[in-house]
Design a protein around this ligand. Structure first.
Ligand code: UT7
Length: 372
């Protein structure tokens, strides 16, 4: 029997702290007028000290699970965009939500990561190797931003969005995907230091090589080229015409990039889901956050044809087509309450496991680098 991969749960998380264009104008030589007219961004969210990519990812994941009829232990696979080199953010999410049967890994494809991740999860579901997956786009780019560089600090914001994907024999869900890359453009958008090529030194810190470096105009030109071409390819693979598309949910990087893509596709801009004025560019999180908001406001309806399209560092780009099927389910209040209790129990279990390791450490000795 043919298997399909449906999105049955969705959730988002954004820090409460808002940084407006006027706030930025006090930090660097810029203005609300310049930022708004060149990018379409008015404000963005910035993580508080206690927040990180992992905490935002966990919040989005729990909200996505809340709207489904499965529990965290039913999840077979968790894919997240990275926070540390290792351990993976996906493992931290696995522990914090209690997905005791899940494999978990991070996927690094910059802003295109969410599209790559949804496609990987859908393929694993279609082959029959897994039943349920959780894909999360989560970012705290504010921690990698040079707040003295007006070319980049005006663009980025923090947030997370998550999809739960489930196997079904009902046609629809994730249909087609194109994934592309061009490493010859590696220097256009990068975080140069902190890896094997340029490990952290005082010099890399002094030169601000642990912050985002971007050649804005070149990225802009690349983005306007690939958004339309990837959309066309994915739509054609699905056997649709562009007129069949109900909504395009683009990576929220720059309003001018989105408008150029719409013109290139000869599609009305009203078909594009856009919320970048309030969040800025949240990288891998931008597409799921925009999708969640469109679902919450009731814009996306059962049977709608969606295109998710993104681009980013690498260079990477991709587009994915989806036939949106609203899941049939009724989640009782008691089931919701049970889930809240379950999350608390999961946190306690994680604490006990960490404590047990500490006690074992006292008995058997610890390594000098132990920081748990
Ligand atoms: O997820 C992917 C992430 N990256 C992107 O999507 C970035 C894509 N690129 C862009 O969005 C645009 O290139 C930017 C918004 C980054 C820049 O807009 P632009 O229209 O390409 O500006 P520009 O770099 O060509 O700069 C035009 C002028 C320059 O001054 P001069 O040389 O003409 O005197 C810049 O120095 O604007 C100046 N400028 C600014 N002025 C006020 C650059 N940044 C600012 C600023 N405020 N924040």
């Amino acid at each position: 029997m043919t298997r399909f991969a449906h999105i049955t749960g969705w959730g988002m998380a954004a820090p409460d702290r808002v940084l407006t264009n006027d706030d930025l104008a006090k930090m660097v030589d810029t203005s609300d007028e310049w930022i708004l007219s060149r990018t379409g961004i008015s404000e963005r969210r910035i993580a508080e000290p206690g927040e990180s990519t992992a905490t935002l990812a966990v919040d989005a994941a729990l909200r996505a699970l809340e709207s489904t009829d499965i529990n965290a232990k039913d999840i077979d696979l968790i894919i997240v965009a990275p926070e540390y080199l290792f351990p993976s953010t996906a493992c931290i999410v696995q522990d914090q939500i209690g997905a005791t049967h899940a494999g978990a890994f991070d996927l690094s494809a910059a802003c295109t990561g969410f599209i790559y991740g949804v496609n990987m999860a859908a393929q694993a579901i279609r082959t029959g190797s897994i039943e349920n997956a959780l894909v999360i786009g989560a970012e705290t780019l504010s921690r990698f931003t040079n707040w003295e560089d007006r070319n980049t600090c005006i663009l980025f914001g923090d947030g997370a969005g998550a999809f739960v994907l489930q196997a079904s024999d009902r046609p629809g869900g994730v249909l087609t995907c194109v994934m592309r890359s061009d490493g010859s453009g590696e220097s256009l958008l990068s975080l140069p230091a902190g890896g094997s090529k340029l490990p952290a030194t005082h010099e890399t810190v002094d030169k601000k090589q642990h912050t985002i470096q971007m050649k804005g105009r070149e990225v802009f030109r690349f983005a306007t080229r690939v958004m339309a071409s990837a959309t066309r390819e994915a739509v054609s693979l699905a056997g649709w015409e562009l007129d069949d598309v109900t909504w395009v949910i683009p990576h929220q990087a720059n309003m001018r990039i989105i408008k150029t893509a719409a013109r290139g596709l000869r599609m009305p801009i009203e078909k594009f889901v856009i919320n970048l004025s309030r969040y800025g560019n949240t990288s891998t999180a931008s597409i799921p956050i925009a999708t969640c908001e469109a679902l919450q406001s009731g814009r996306i309806q059962d049977g709608d044809h969606l295109v998710l399209v993104g681009f980013g560092g690498g260079l990477t780009w991709g587009a994915l087509t989806l036939e949106w099927v609203i899941p049939e389910r009724k989640i009782s209040r008691s089931a919701r309450r049970r889930r809240i209790i379950l999350v608390l129990l999961v946190r306690i279990r994680s604490f006990i496991r960490r404590l047990r390791r500490k006690i074992e450490g006292v008995i058997w000795g610890t390594s000098s680098s132990d920081h748990l």
